[in-house]
Design a protein around this ligand. Sequence first.
Ligand SMILES: CC(C)(COP(=O)(O)OP(=O)(O)OC[C@H]1O[C@@H](n2cnc3c(N)ncnc32)[C@H](O)[C@@H]1OP(=O)(O)O)[C@@H](O)C(=O)NCCC(=O)NCCS
Length: 203
Amino acid sequence: MTPTFPDISISTDRLVLRPFEEADIPELTAMMSDELTATWTSAPVPYTAAEARDWITRRAPAERAEGRGIVLAVHELLTHRLVGSVHLRNTNWRALATEVGYVVAPWARGEGYAAESVLAVAQWLFQDQKFERLELRTAAGNTASQQVAQKIGCLSEGVLRNALIVRSRTEDGGWTDIRTDLIVWGLLPEDLEDAPGPGYRAG
Ligand SMILES: CC(C)(COP(=O)(O)OP(=O)(O)OC[C@H]1O[C@@H](n2cnc3c(N)ncnc32)[C@H](O)[C@@H]1OP(=O)(O)O)[C@@H](O)C(=O)NCCC(=O)NCCS
């Protein structure tokens, strides 16, 4: 049987990461209806409430249940506002390696939330789940995401030329797909040894 991640919640100083709930549908819809998310991720455009419902009730739980990864909603500890999402995917249980994707809501960017939540997930993966590798894949033009990778201590391992499709605005205000290079970043347990990090509590 394929292993699966446990049904967890992780807290940091400012954030709580836990599975999405149906009550998150309106905030998830608002968070994903955003230019940068449309540009750099493969999320549907436009992102409807029906899409959010399907993700929360069916597809995100299946990621965990079927052993591919886990999807976590990121909430501010104090306000309970939805501020982001972290997704582990393409997990290789033999190599103990997985890939992380993330989005921070436009209303919560620039506060260090992406770095704080991904670092907490990495610490949990390495310490609690005994994983050996976390991979991050960014479009060559996605500067903010590259900053996040660098801040948490990832090393840039190489460029996959022409490997990714991103979106770009057309003159008439629509979207078109364009091809771009992909940067692969890796984080190993030893890369975190010197980093104090935010710490995490898993429950
Ligand atoms: C990438 C993303 C998650 C970053 O979220 P965030 O919470 O703002 O990230 P952080 O605050 O932890 O760090 C962002 C860093 O990028 C920097 N940054 C942001 N926009 C930038 C830009 N256009 N150019 C250069 N640096 C930029 C910030 O200054 C910050 O660095 P600093 O802490 O050294 O000042 C967010 O922009 C997002 O959701 N983008 C759309 C979805 C996406 O691209 N996901 C990643 C796919 S790989």
